[in-house]
Design a protein around this ligand. Sequence first.
Ligand SMILES: NC(=O)c1ccc[n+]([C@@H]2O[C@H](COP(=O)([O-])OP(=O)(O)OC[C@H]3O[C@@H](n4cnc5c(N)ncnc54)[C@H](OP(=O)(O)O)[C@@H]3O)[C@@H](O)[C@H]2O)c1
Length: 290
Amino acid sequence: MKPINKMLETLIDRSEDADILTPELNRLYGGALAFPKPPPERPFTMVNFVTTLEGLTSFALPGQAGGGDISAFNGQDKFIMGVLRAIADGVAVGANTLRTEGEHLWTPDYISPDHASLYTELRSKLKKKQPQPVNIFVTASGRILPVNGTLPVVFETKDVETLILTTKNGKQVAEKEFAGHPRKPRVVAFGSGEKNVDLQAAFRYLRREAGISFLLIEGGASFNGAIVEAELYDELLLTRAPQVIGTSVNLTRPLFVNGFSRSPATALWHTLVSVKVSGDYLFERYRRQI
Ligand SMILES: NC(=O)c1ccc[n+]([C@@H]2O[C@H](COP(=O)([O-])OP(=O)(O)OC[C@H]3O[C@@H](n4cnc5c(N)ncnc54)[C@H](OP(=O)(O)O)[C@@H]3O)[C@@H](O)[C@H]2O)c1
């Protein structure tokens, strides 16, 4: 076999918009990264995830349930996540992801510290209002803290603004949970339902009132599923890690979306925007066909 090139190599790039990267990030990314203008009623929304060859996104094992175990903490995957976070005004995840990854910060520097200064330069070039993207958590229950009550690190981090999108009941629960803590997140309720946040209303709020033009969604499967089913996203950015891990009745493992199913007549189709390769990993970018 030929030696494997670990740099990012662009195999296909069909994007037609103007490059937003700095020259050094363009070199490391293996070319341009471009996006159309965000729509007026919601942020331009990218869903980013890593899957195995059979499309699974978590080992679902205690302490080994995160995306990092799926990518084997691949450096190029982390670099791209950092670029996407640097472009984003906000990064949103479902409450289970926060509860299982309490040490995580959804910032570019956290995921790829070696590139921190390049990400800062990019945010400054893009005239981002915040030094870091707002970390957004979605919960129906409002029970954001893990069972042991430990405060996730993000709520103790000075430079990172946090926002909780929840239901009417959830807002009361979340505010009670944070009552004794010195740094309180902004908690906003959407819709009168108790089970689900009104995502359409929440996305309108993000765009029109919270200053979020570019939103990055990083899982998990339930939250991704709600966003995809509601057709509130523009792009899927998928890292394909070359491993097979299986799933069974005794140990069910999630795909990148969960909680809905469509028919051949209503299936969601996508246009391939770009494909990159690094070693044995593929990095695929798709835009939803509207
Ligand atoms: N491979 C990857 O790229 C990747 C990426 C991210 C996460 N992960 C892993 O995936 C696992 C978590 O996935 P998951 O599917 O169990 O959970 P999740 O999507 O992170 O969170 C699910 C929770 O989010 C809230 N939620 C989701 N949609 C909602 C809606 N429409 N309205 C209101 N609340 C909503 C609910 O919170 P409440 O229960 O509080 O009501 C729900 O129980 C973790 O192990 C994580 O590490 C993998």
